[in-house]
Ligand binder design. Structure first.
Ligand SMILES: C[S@@+](CC[C@H](N)C(=O)[O-])C[C@H]1O[C@@H](n2cnc3c(N)ncnc32)[C@H](O)[C@@H]1O
Length: 436
């Protein structure tokens, strides 16, 4: 697991196989965000929740119970269970709340589970023990423990009139509690949901796109066209904006600390989505005025985000089509393109760079944040994966792509900028800066 998010290098067969399996782990984490697991845990079970409580609260699938195992089989099954399951087996837990409607149809009294002593809260991967329990949930929650999203603890519980027993409970890890609980100021779960619903399903069409140059028509039924998402579908635009905030918040927070904003007065963020970059800079630099520019479908989401960050006095939300003939409306000495330049093919990239150059005063700065590809294109799995995602999103006609710092420097020189700078951000993300 250590390699996830770290420098991924394919050194041999084991690493290759590891990489091919990472998808399943990340899909399980995405599913947790999509099902609001972390939010439910934080808001409904601040002391932690048992497998049964959580499964019930989330409406997870529970198969019909099977008859109790004979004692000998039950013992054998318990012994065969993996370490985590065996530890949980025998630890009784509270009965938990009444199941929700979605779980009720499969709700069953503890049958074979009680024969092993595991109860519904025994986190077991052995089907004999899991019969009558929430199949899937234990594997899933323990996977999330394994990647540091959840912690498993023991909680003392009174069993009716009986003695106290220790229940195994799941609780958010500090990271999950900070970043994956909806409503927290640094909530970033939107990108996991966007990956679950959009990027991952889209990537399954990669073989088709490599052969034919475009997504197959049937993909449109489940994945809204990106230009519709940007341009007219408010719900899709808001979902996308929440995803982008999750993807970009860490980078923009770091950018606000790393770039010398003290020398400037006003920021204009083109394609600012919910306003994450403008808010990060405004919050860190009280002298800076900021405006976030995007298309009308994200306006309401941006106003909501800016208000939630307490930045409504300092950050303007402005509808502006950056491909229109109109110049950038405000006067800014810093213009930013956060995860925007990679959305487009070369002609539109150059159009955006020229527009930024025209809007800036001498000495002004253009900052492009993206996952930059290394100059040799030999050590960039994440940026090149991102680049392929752009191809899938925008199609072969646009031919959007992620780029290297060397390419960036060539383009901005052609446009007229005089010098450049590279600022590392989170992981492979970087800020490429061009000064006028
Ligand atoms: C990949 S997102 C980046 C969002 C944001 N900068 C971030 O990183 O969180 C690209 C943004 O560009 C916006 N966009 C697309 N076409 C645009 C246009 N013609 N004018 C203004 N914004 C546009 C989209 O609505 C979207 O919010």
């Amino acid at each position: 697991m250590a390699a996830i998010g770290a420098d991924l290098r394919v050194n041999g067969l084991a690493d290759l196989l590891f990489l091919s399996r990472v998808y399943k782990v990340s899909a399980a984490v995405n599913a947790a965000a999509k099902l609001d697991l972390f939010t439910v845990l934080a808001n409904e079970f601040p002391q932690g929740a048992t497998l049964r409580q959580l499964s019930t609260a989330l409406g997870l699938y529970k198969p019909p119970s099977s008859p109790p195992l004979p004692p000998a089989a039950a013992t054998a099954a318990a012994l065969a269970a993996p370490a985590g399951a065996a530890a949980a087996a025998g630890i009784g837990a509270g009965p938990g709340p009444a199941p929700q409607a979605s779980a009720a149809s499969t709700e069953a009294p503890t049958g074979s589970a009680s024969a092993t002593g595991a109860g519904d809260d025994g986190s077991s991967a052995t089907s004999a023990i899991c019969a009558g329990s929430f199949r899937g949930a234990a594997d899933w929650l323990d996977l999330l423990v394994s990647v540091g999203c959840l912690e498993r603890r023991r909680r003392q519980e009174q069993q009716g009139e009986g003695p106290e027993k220790a229940a195994v409970v799941y609780i958010n890890s500090a990271t999950a509690d900070r970043y994956l609980v909806r409503g927290r100021p640094e909530y970033s779960g939107g990108i996991l949901c966007l990956n679950a619903d959009r990027s991952f399903p889209m990537f399954t069409y990669l073989p088709h796109v490599l052969r034919h140059g475009a997504l197959p028509p049937e993909s449109k039924a489940t994945i809204p066209d990106i230009l519709t998402t940007f341009g007219s579908d408010v719900a899709a635009a808001e979902f996308f904006a929440e995803g982008m905030t999750g993807a970009s918040l860490g980078n923009f927070t770091l950018l606000a600390q790393s770039f010398p904003f003290a020398r400037y007065t006003s920021l204009g963020d083109l394609g600012g989505s919910a306003g994450c970059l403008a808010c990060a800079v405004a919050a860190a630099h009280p002298h800076m005025a900021a405006a976030t520019y995007d298309l009308p479908p994200v306006h309401t989401a941006a106003e909501r985000y800016v208000r939630a960050q307490g930045c409504e006095e300092r950050v303007q939300v402005v509808d502006y089509d950056f491909f229109s003939d109109a110049p950038v409306p405000g006067r800014h000495d810093v213009i930013t393109l956060g995860m925007v330049l990679h959305d487009w093919g070369l002609p539109r990239k150059m159009q955006l760079l020229r527009k930024a150059y025209a809007a800036l005063p001498p000495g002004g700065a253009l900052i492009a944040v993206d996952h930059l590809v290394d100059d040799d294109r030999a050590a960039s799995p994440i940026p090149l994966g991102m680049s392929l995602t752009m191809l899938l999103e925008f199609g072969a006609a646009e031919s959007a792509f992620d780029y290297s710092y060397r390419e960036f420097c060539g383009w901005v020189k052609e446009v007229g900028f005089t010098s450049t700078q590279l600022i590392p951000l989170v992981g492979t993300a970087k800020a490429a800066v061009a000064y006028k």
